[in-house]
Design a protein around this ligand. Structure first.
Ligand SMILES: *[C@@H]1O[C@H](CO)[C@@H](O)[C@H](O)[C@H]1NC(C)=O
Ligand SMILES: *[C@@H]1O[C@H](CO)[C@@H](O)[C@H](O)[C@H]1NC(C)=O
Length: 382
């Protein structure tokens, strides 16, 4: 039951008067040191320690200064806050304990001695709260078309007010485009809201928003921003010449988001799939870039012609043609192999003359003293 505030007050006055009469004025009590200010994380326990000399028959009381609520007098807890307790060593040490500290406990606390006039000193209890995200105001993963505007937000509460910082998970800079047209690049961006104007594919990725206020632990949230665009193909060599009997690798570079389906098609519209003849490899180079290669083994007349690399995603389709044509092979070379197939090397002799610049020669460990060509000869016209 809540007791009326004035009841505590009267009780306090009564005790003060009584004690003053009992002990007289011979030795005046003194505080031995100031009360410490306390900074306590919510849920932990706080203890104010009041050190008194020459207490004699006087009594020590505790009051919360802002509400004037009497917490304790001497060995008795007055407040009906059951988290409050007192302890003492009988004379010099008088402790006020607050268990499981809550926000409403924040404030000035006064340690009083019932001398006349009363002596008191104050200490501040600061209650701090580690940061926590406000889920309704914190974004999840998003998808935006390239060139559009993306906005992600991250808000956290805590005491003191947390700072919110953004950074990219991959450690790259964040590009901030200002409304006046200028842009700045930063590793960390401090704001609850991160806006991308005219977002580009290079800004796609995972972003971390980190909230901290000096009270551990800091919290972080990972937000993935996906940028969608029509696939694009780049072909380093659109004309590839190779001699009969050699292996040749064709390559195309794709940028696509969402991820595209990539495949190769011959002139005849026949899809090329991995076999003894062909090796088809797709390698992701980043979240939206991939390399597709097609190796055609032991070239025959029928292998020459057009090869189309095709990339298809939900936003569209793109293709590019590579022409594979025959060039005369040096007679002495009976077999040329690609880097990928070292175990297939049979034999070969060094290629002399200017053609050398098109391939790289390398010594193989498992072949005695024979120069092995490890690269195909690739000639780009024009
Ligand atoms: C407690 O904080 C107050 C200001 O808030 C300051 O004046 C006082 O000196 C501090 N007490 C101690 C013991 O540091
Ligand atoms: C554009 O605005 C940003 C902040 O709004 C400012 O830092 C920058 O200096 C401005 N640049 C120009 C060229 O006015």
């Amino acid at each position: 039951m809540e007791q009326p505030w004035w009841l505590s007050y009267l009780l306090a006055i009564f005790l003060l008067r009584l004690d003053t009469k009992l002990v007289g004025e011979a030795f005046q009590p003194e505080f031995a040191e100031p009360l410490s200010n306390l900074t306590i994380v919510i849920g932990r326990d706080a203890t104010f320690r009041c050190l008194v000399q020459n207490l004699g028959g006087y009594r020590v009381g505790w009051v919360k200064a802002d509400t004037k609520a009497i917490q304790a007098i001497h060995v008795h807890v007055i407040t009906n806050n059951h988290r409050v307790a007192v302890s003492h060593n009988g004379q010099t040490v008088w402790n006020l304990h607050i268990r499981n500290v809550q926000e409403e406990d924040r404030g000035q606390y006064m340690c009083q001695i019932n001398t006349d006039p009363m002596k008191s000193q104050m200490g501040y209890l600061n209650v701090v709260i580690p940061p926590d995200f406000i889920s309704e105001e914190t974004s999840g993963d998003i998808m935006v078309p390239e060139g559009g505007t993306a906005q992600v937000s991250c808000r956290a509460h805590g005491q003191p007010e947390p700072r919110v910082m953004w950074r990219r998970e991959d450690g790259a800079d964040i590009i901030i485009r200002h409304s006046n047209g200028s842009k700045t690049q930063v590793l960390m961006y401090e704001n609850a809201i991160l806006t991308f104007n005219k977002i580009s594919r290079s800004e796609m990725g995972a972003y971390l928003c980190i909230a901290s206020n000096g009270v551990p632990p800091s919290v972080s949230k990972r937000i993935v921003i996906k940028v969608h665009f029509h696939p694009v193909i780049q072909v380093p060599n659109q004309l590839v010449g190779a001699p009969l009997g050699t292996d040749v690798t064709l390559e195309c570079y794709i940028e696509s988001s969402p991820k595209s389906i990539n495949y190769w098609v011959r002139d005849s519209n026949e899809m090329v799939i991995s076999s003894n003849k062909y090796e088809v490899v797709n390698t992701m180079m980043s979240s939206f870039e991939s390399r597709m290669t097609l190796t055609v083994r032991r070239l025959e007349k029928t292998d020459f012609g057009g090869y189309r690399c095709v990339a298809k995603n939900s936003l569209g389709e793109v293709d590019s043609v590579i022409r594979l044509y025959e060039i005369p092979g040096p007679d002495r070379i009976k077999d040329l192999s690609t880097v990928n197939n070292k175990e297939d090397y049979k034999f070969s002799t060094p290629l002399e003359g200017p053609d050398n610049q098109f391939g790289s020669a390398e010594r193989s460990d498992d072949e005695d003293d024979k120069e092995i060509f490890t690269d195909i000869i690739k000639v780009t016209l024009f």
